[in-house]
Design a protein around this ligand. Structure first.
Ligand code: TYM
Length: 335
């Protein structure tokens, strides 16, 4: 049976990379009829310092962004990680089999910890183990994410395989979760530098398009996006040496639902002066309904809370038996 699970952290606002790399695909999978669980991973969000006064509201905002983007709470389960305790408990069990050396090689940890590794929190270091628990506590089979999560998914697969081997005699108690990294924009880059990922934490807000930006701001950010002086190419190969142009084309392709090769043909020989306004219009056309729906939803936090409570109930029903069974496999005494 196919079971989809994916999550986002409630740190700052969601941006175009989150939408194109993940959310848009979540909606497509839901609409294909798959069983889907989408979490807001607040326990992950506390690993690099957070403001307690904002956490609950940011959590609601991410849930609102899911719904505004097309995740339907009647079809998919939307839940908050900290309301399903089995995630943390399974994480502890996994932390006994996850290897320090593997965690040390995680590029996200290296990026986030920076030069002062010894001052990073244990939570930031162990973060991918919790992510493995998020996935495996539901025995999820498919995980739609952006390319940056690939390494974490590999670790989750290794943990599943080690657990199956050590405690289940090689039976597939935990399925091997498959990453689903699809679409034309699996790694959306910064609008200021085509070699850096678009991210929530980048200093310049001009480097990303937030799902809460209005039409004028979106147009301004795209107009000011770093580009190059050459005319636009007539074949996709010529984009290889032009990261900024490549990124803008990927965004256009993903938003319009066209293949990148087709977009290249459409704008061949033209300049950024013509392409950028078309891209800005497309962004506004696709994102403004999401932004508008998000603010409607945020005006009624009680309704979001109701959806999240129902999601927690469903998620707990699925996760608790898996945790109990995993504990049995590991030989724990149980009352
Ligand atoms: P997070 O919150 O950083 O990002 C959420 C999702 O957005 C994708 N993404 C991007 N895709 C394309 N281009 C970009 N520039 C870009 N930036 C972000 C991410 O790949 C992700 O799919 N560790 C995860 C959260 C997590 C999770 C999980 C995901 C925790 N547990 C279990 C899946 C399953 C993270 O930090 O995502």
């Amino acid at each position: 049976m196919k079971r989809i699970l994916s999550c986002m952290q409630p740190t700052n606002r969601l941006h175009l990379g989150n939408y194109l790399g993940a959310l848009k695909n979540w909606v497509a999978l839901q609409n294909e009829g798959a069983e889907c669980l989408y979490g807001v991973v607040d326990l992950h969000a506390i690993t690099a310092g957070h403001d307690p006064a904002e956490l609950a509201q940011s959590t609601r905002e991410i849930a609102a962004a899911y719904i505004a983007s097309g995740v339907d709470p009647k079809k998919s389960t939307i839940f908050v990680q900290s309301s399903v305790l089995a995630h943390s408990e399974l994480m502890w069990l996994f932390s006994a089999i996850a290897q320090m050396g593997k965690l040390e090689r995680m590029t996200q940890f290296k990026d986030k910890a920076g030069k002062h590794k010894e001052r990073a929190s244990v939570g930031l270091f162990a973060y991918p183990v919790l992510m493995a628990a998020d996935i495996l506590v539901y025995k999820a089979t498919h995980v739609p994410v952006g390319e940056d999560q690939k390494q974490h998914l590999e670790l989750a697969r290794e943990i599943a395989s080690t657990f199956n081997h050590k405690f289940c005699g090689g039976d597939e108690f935990f399925p091997m979760p498959e990453p689903v990294i699809t679409g034309e924009a699996t790694r959306v880059m910064s609008l200021r530098n085509g070699t850096e990922k678009m991210s929530k934490s980048a200093e310049s807000d001009m480097s990303r398009i937030n799902l809460t930006d209005d039409a004028d701001l979106i147009a301004k950010k795209i107009t000011k996006a770093t580009s190059d002086p050459h005319p636009l190419p007539d074949n996709i190969k010529d984009l290889e040496e032009r990261p900024e142009a490549d990124n803008l084309y990927s965004i256009y392709a993903a938003l319009s639902g066209k293949r990148k090769e087709h977009v290249v043909k459409e704008f061949a020989g033209k300049g950024f002066g013509e392409f950028k306004p078309a891209l800005a219009d497309l962004c506004v056309e696709k994102l403004s309904p999401i932004t508008a729906r998000m603010s409607e939803l945020m005006a009624d936090p009680a309704e979001i809370d109701k959806i999240l409570r129902a999601g927690a109930e469903k998620a707990n029903t699925l996760a608790e038996p898996v945790l109990k069974e995993a504990m049995d496999k590991m030989g724990f005494w149980r009352p």
